[in-house]
Ligand binder design. Sequence first.
Ligand SMILES: NC(=O)c1ccc[n+]([C@@H]2O[C@H](COP(=O)([O-])OP(=O)(O)OC[C@H]3O[C@@H](n4cnc5c(N)ncnc54)[C@H](OP(=O)(O)O)[C@@H]3O)[C@@H](O)[C@H]2O)c1
Length: 189
Amino acid sequence: MTTNPDPARSRAALVGCVFVGTSLDGFIARENGDFEWLTAAGDALGETGYDEFFASVDAMVLGRGTFDTVSMFPEWPYQGKRVFVLSRTLLRSDAGESRPDTTMHATLGDVIDALIAEGRRRVYVDGGRTIQSFLRAGLIREITITRAPVLLGSGIPLFGPLSGDVHLRHIGTRELGAGFVQSSYEVLG
Ligand SMILES: NC(=O)c1ccc[n+]([C@@H]2O[C@H](COP(=O)([O-])OP(=O)(O)OC[C@H]3O[C@@H](n4cnc5c(N)ncnc54)[C@H](OP(=O)(O)O)[C@@H]3O)[C@@H](O)[C@H]2O)c1
């Protein structure tokens, strides 16, 4: 006898993970997209854990804003990783076709269906609005935030409105170099 996978169970098996850098006041980039304030410290940060984290996920979901940024990098930074991009506008173009293992999806529901259809479990979710969408859908389970010692006053926020409180368990906080502080949380519930 064959059994169809239960969609609710398949969805519950998804582990959305956030690994992000912010200003002390919670912005992931300036309004114009600049994040030099985050990267300027370079190697002075020491070991951030990013490589280990990146190796631990079996797919990425990016918002179009983040896809646009990484598309300008000299090298595609997600070589060897399956990438799902959330975008209505790019779906109507061929922007993603030149990127390896990358597909475009118009809605959160579409991207979740695609993740489940491919059996993806541990997923790196990146981009402010995309993280917020996954959080509201209850699909973020792990959050690591590396805070830069700077106040920007305005910019693109990491978090946004929620339909209710989201409780987290603090796993740990450590000091990196150059005054950066990294905290990890498990999302409860
Ligand atoms: N500091 C860091 O660690 C870090 C990490 C990642 C990104 N960034 C920066 O953050 C900026 C991008 O952030 P962002 O908040 O603009 O967001 P984003 O999540 O990267 O992109 C937003 C876009 O994604 C699509 N999207 C998001 N949620 C959707 C949903 N539920 N359904 C359908 N489409 C959805 C939409 O694209 P369409 O309009 O095409 O439909 C939306 O305009 C960039 O400047 C990037 O460099 C910083």
